[in-house]
Design a protein around this ligand. Structure first.
Ligand SMILES: C=Cc1cc(F)c(CN2CC[C@](CC#N)(n3cc(C(N)=O)c(NC(=O)OC)n3)[C@H](F)C2)cc1O
Length: 308
């Protein structure tokens, strides 16, 4: 029998030095500063420093505010499960999770991209960023979005503030806080909590019927491209331009005025630095009817052709 035991691998003790690299221990996660704040939580820059000598790696950590934990807990878990399953050069990398002792306050650990979002970066590096580079960023965003759509997800919050720079040449979609699966509800998601919605990036069907399709993400991409071409100049932001078009209103009247303005066929105007063909592409993202809008696949082809 002991011959059997020594030889048989089933009896060998499991090695204890195998650790799961996606589990981060709270005691080694040291907060450095806040990177952003959302409705229900925040994203912080942390150093994971198990050796305690500041040689650990920098990571971005998303966590929920205490009073939103129970209602938003499953949203963060959903976001974690979505990001964990996404592998694409233009999507921020999932690194793991951090459980706290109670196991209540789970945290999402992502790679840290120190150049930050396009919203912060483009205004500062306007003179260093050519139109070609902007079109390359737009193409990369479409590649990430086309991949997301191929996995039956809709993003629902595509905007320059959620696109990160890995380096001067590479961008990644960095936040999936509102991403939903449309696997089993025939191609659209019913938008529930209005207060999350960035209305000036939302397509008409989202504002009127609370329905969000893949093609609603295309509309938001068009608005994001508008931001790129204007180097995220806040004086020309989609919000400021739409407010100037619909007149300063407040509260829910804003959405009503916006819907009517869009229904009349009014759209964000062509920025003076924007070549006609590029503006034409934006306009094809802003077709009133969702099914008439250009797809991310076609956007990739047309944007690539423009860069030749
Ligand atoms: C709880 C919900 C919630 C909380 C939030 F704070 C936000 C808003 N937040 C999103 C993540 C954010 C922008 C993007 N993309 N970002 C990520 C990195 C990174 N991975 O490196 C980064 N880097 C950076 O700024 O370097 C100088 N910024 C930025 F934190 C804003 C959205 C939310 O849904």
């Amino acid at each position: 029998l002991d011959m059997l035991e020594e030889e048989n691998p089933c009896f060998k003790p499991l090695p204890t030095n195998i650790v799961d690299p996606t589990i981060f221990e709270k005691r080694f996660l040291k907060k450095i500063r806040e990177l952003g704040e959302g409705h229900y939580g925040k994203v912080e820059l942390c150093r994971y420093d198990p050796r305690g000598d500041k040689t650990g790696e920098l990571v971005a950590v998303k966590s929920l505010k205490p009073d939103n934990r129970e209602e938003q807990g499953n949203n963060l878990s959903t976001e974690i499960n979505i990001l964990k399953a996404l592998y694409h050069d233009n999507i921020v990398k999932y690194k793991g999770i951090c459980l706290d002792e109670s196991g209540q306050a789970i945290k999402l650990i992502m790679e840290y991209l120190p150049l930050g979002s396009l919203k912060e970066h483009l205004p500062k590096y306007r003179n260093k960023t050519s139109l070609g580079t902007l079109l390359s960023y737009a193409t990369q965003i479409c590649k990430g979005m086309d991949y997301l759509g191929s996995k039956n997800y809709i993003h629902r919050d595509l905007a320059a503030r959620n696109v990160l720079l890995e380096n001067e040449r590479t961008v990644k979609i960095g936040d999936f806080g509102l991403t939903k699966s449309i696997k089993d509800n025939d191609g659209y998601y019913i938008v529930k909590d209005e207060n999350e919605s960035p209305v000036f990036w939302y397509a008409p069907e989202c504002l009127t019927h609370c329905k969000f399709y893949r093609s609603s993400d295309v509309w938001s991409f068009g608005v994001t491209m508008y931001e790129l071409i204007t180097y995220c100049d806040s004086s020309k932001s989609p919000m400021n331009l739409f407010l100037s078009m619909i007149g300063p209103t407040q509260g829910q009247m804003t959405v009503v005025r916006l819907v009517n303005t869009l229904k009349e066929g009014k759209r964000l105007p062509r920025p003076e630095t924007c070549p006609e063909p590029v503006y034409e592409l934006m306009r094809r993202c802003w077709e009133q009817a969702p099914e008439k809008r250009i797809t991310f696949k076609s956007l990739i082809e047309e944007l690539t052709a423009m860069q030749r």
